[in-house]
Design a protein around this ligand. Structure first.
Ligand code: SF4
Length: 336
């Protein structure tokens, strides 16, 4: 393997602030995971229509979703990681990997350099890789792996990151890679995410969540967020009602509380009823987990898809009483 010397790394602005890098102000809801991203001059080779890093995007290259990821010296990052006070310690490190020819070598170098400094669990979000490369990542101490489907159906997938946007990805291949990742990392250690608001129906999402959950894949939901300069800059975010129904549906399915036949859909594929009582709904809202950022343990991704001023789709912290009430007001009509 080529010997790589990483000089630069991108770090999400929230994680950089917790690390004490760049004189950034402290955030009210700081990230509990350290989010870093492989550094590449120029854009990702893929062309996902929602993504500021995409090949044909005119957005700031600093961004992934609505968050800024400034460049830092990799050496400074390692030093900050090493001397981080215990009280500020992250629960996890998550490495976002762009699609470019040297991405795997860069990733291996980053992993090799980080490991002597910390024993925090590491997750890696990657474009599909070969089985051999996945095994190598596992051997290098990666605990969890994420391969993003983003689209809830093969049609949406084509439209947002496949041939319709001259992207390299294929729905079937993504599934095959998720399957291979399950063999290597085990069920419960492989994740994917679905972006809501790109033309799929609620039925599509619920059925996909069920399919993925049966395979042992962890599912995160994100609200589509239009970013200036991307191909999809003029599309709207999903409604809060649409997103809350799906957060609830996801929670019910992954906790085995409901099956597909507990959901009733109309002809447009919208959820019109969930077979549960209002008391049950109240308990789930009070527990709040259904409405927090979902993903690997310890991941809260503050304001990745929501402005701090709201509306907040995925909460990075427990809900307030007022927020619980707002969610109940949206959802109670859909239960018995
Ligand atoms: S592969 Fe990831 S970073 Fe690259 S364009 Fe798609 S979403 Fe953006």
């Amino acid at each position: 393997m080529r010997l790589v010397t990483i000089e630069k790394i991108r770090i999400s602005v929230g994680s950089a602030s917790v690390l004490g890098l760049g004189g950034l102000a402290q955030f009210k809801n700081p990230p509990t995971t350290c989010y870093i991203m492989t550094f590449k001059k120029g854009h990702c080779m893929a062309n996902c229509g929602f993504c500021p890093q995409a090949r044909s995007s005119k957005s700031s290259i600093e961004k992934l979703s609505r968050v800024n990821w400034p460049i830092f010296s990799f050496k400074d990052f390692l030093t900050k990681l090493k001397y981080m006070p215990f009280s500020k310690k992250f629960k996890r490190i998550c490495i976002q990997t762009l699609n470019y020819p040297e991405n795997f070598n860069d990733l291996i170098e980053i992993l090799t350099q980080i490991r002597p400094y910390t024993d925090i669990p590491i997750s890696v979000a990657i474009p599909p890789l070969t089985k051999e490369k996945l095994i190598e990542l596992k051997n290098r101490g990666v605990q969890r792996i994420g391969i993003a489907l983003d689209g809830a159906t093969s049609e949406v997938f084509e439209k947002i990151k496949g041939s319709n946007v001259e992207g390299p990805y294929k729905w079937e291949e993504h599934f095959q890679k998720l399957d291979e990742a399950l063999d290597i990392f085990s069920p419960g250690y492989v994740s994917t995410h679905i972006i809501i608001g790109l033309g799929e129906s609620e039925k599509d999402v619920i059925e996909l969540i069920k399919r993925l959950n049966n395979l042992g894949i962890i599912i995160s939901l994100f609200a589509f967020t239009p970013i200036e300069g991307t191909r999809f800059e003029n599309l709207n975010q999903p409604t809060l009602l649409n997103f809350r129904k799906l957060q609830l549906g996801r929670f019910l399915i992954i906790n085995n509380e409901k099956q597909l036949n507990d959901f009733t859909f109309n002809r447009k594929g919208e959820i019109i009823k969930i077979n549960m009582r209002k008391k049950e709904l109240n308990m789930i809202i009070n527990n709040t987990n259904a409405f927090l950022t979902s993903g690997c343990p310890g991941c809260n991704r503050p304001f990745y898809t929501s402005k701090p001023s709201g509306p907040i789709y995925n909460y990075p912290r427990k809900l307030t009483e007022k927020e619980k009430l707002e969610i109940y007001e949206l959802l109670y009509k859909f239960v018995n």
